[in-house]
Design a protein around this ligand. Sequence first.
Ligand code: BG6
Length: 504
Amino acid sequence: MQSTTDIVKPAGFDLILFGGTGDLAWRKLMPALFQAFRHGSLPEGGRIIGVARDDLSDAQYRSLIASRFRDVEGPKQPSAAEFDRFAALLHYVRMDLSKAEDYQRLAATLAERQAATVVMYVATAPGLFTTVVEQLAAAGLNTPHTRVVLEKPLGHDLESNRAINESVARVFGERQVFRIDHYLGKPSVQNLFALRFGNALFEPLWRRETIANIQITIAEDLGVEKRGNFYDSTGALRDMVQNHALQLLCAIAMEPPINAHADAIRDEKLKVLRSLKAWTPETLSQHVIRGQYSAGNSGGKAVPGYLQEAGVPAGSSTETYVALRTEIENWRWAGVPFYIRTGKRLASREAHIVVNFRPTPHPIFKAPIGAANKLVINLQPRDGLELHLLAEGQAQRNTGAHLGGSSVATQTLAPVQLDLDFDKRFGNERVGAYERLLLDVIDGRLNLFVRSDEQEEAWHWVQPILENWDAGFAPPRPYAAGTWGPSAASAMIARDGHCWSEEA
Ligand code: BG6
């Protein structure tokens, strides 16, 4: 909810990347840091210190990271001179994260210069979070100007999440802890906050009296790719619903915060999570659909099913799809269904929130069945808004016998839409999610990070679903890759008299 122009440059920073040769650093963090460098928003004189077990010199680490950018195409590819300037920021420290003496070596590297801000970015397996944090404290590296960034998943259930948060709280104050949910860094999600809290237009309509239902979709067309092993112990509920989808739900349903400060925003999100309808055995079986993709066709080519993917154990019951229905029990939303769905190997890659308004109370025109206003907030691949209205389609003469014989025109309405494409309007070279969030950490802004109580509340809400599945209920329903998921998800929403957006 801040503009990109209010980024303050601190005097200097050390960013320590635990997992410096890992998948996240490779795919997301290094490209984001490079973009920040290119945009001139990385504070001068900073160091990015990769940490991993491999025995590498600074020079070897730089050339490893250089190879990351070699196959980048188009304008995002750095020139050799540009990369050299960026590479000057890169350093490397070899560490075994379980060994106290290795943290002493890191401490010695950090003591070479007293950076204004020290960021410990823990992009490792979550099983190591507690070890890293405790060892940082033992080495005296939890100073007041240290910030720690924790990547999801933070735990695999409520209990493990609490354990991590408690061990972190023993070492760092809550204001030093930056729990990343990269969806909050997406420009489209910033726009959602701007739409709701920067405009007065929709607020009077944003309530149960006018809204019939809200649908949140995060669909991916890719499968689990090379992450079969990791994914199998995670599944769609933990990977996407507990964090990204619930954060979107909070953004769409929260009350206006009293200001744009981190705690004001997080207090309101927490209230939404606390108001989510508690699960019952009946809603667990009727309102949660669990799916797993089988072989099918994606993007015109045959693709294997989840069970055939590398790293996935035979007979796995891990879900690659979840659709669910919930309600928010407060005055604004009571009785309005909120539907969430997410999955891999679906028909296309798209994320959007559809706000379906109620139809007019008394129709005087002819209109297509079920036609009503809707607001579509497109999150990706394009970032934009569509407002669906009804306008005159064609006028038909009518003798109007029922109106005393006078002749009236019966108008037939047709759907039309107003489109706003933010990529076209603002250019699609906007600050990316990780770039935005990394700069926020360096600058100490917590607005777009998740507080521990919020995160625990989200785990608390998904926990009964996990327990239901662990008890052997609701084994995943198969759906063919390249489709919109199990038909049971359509049946679930149809029972309420609604349908998913692509079925309308
Ligand atoms: C990550 C999940 O958090 O989000 C991945 O672990 C998923 O499984 C990814 O693919 C989706 O992010 P985006 O930004 O591509 O929608």
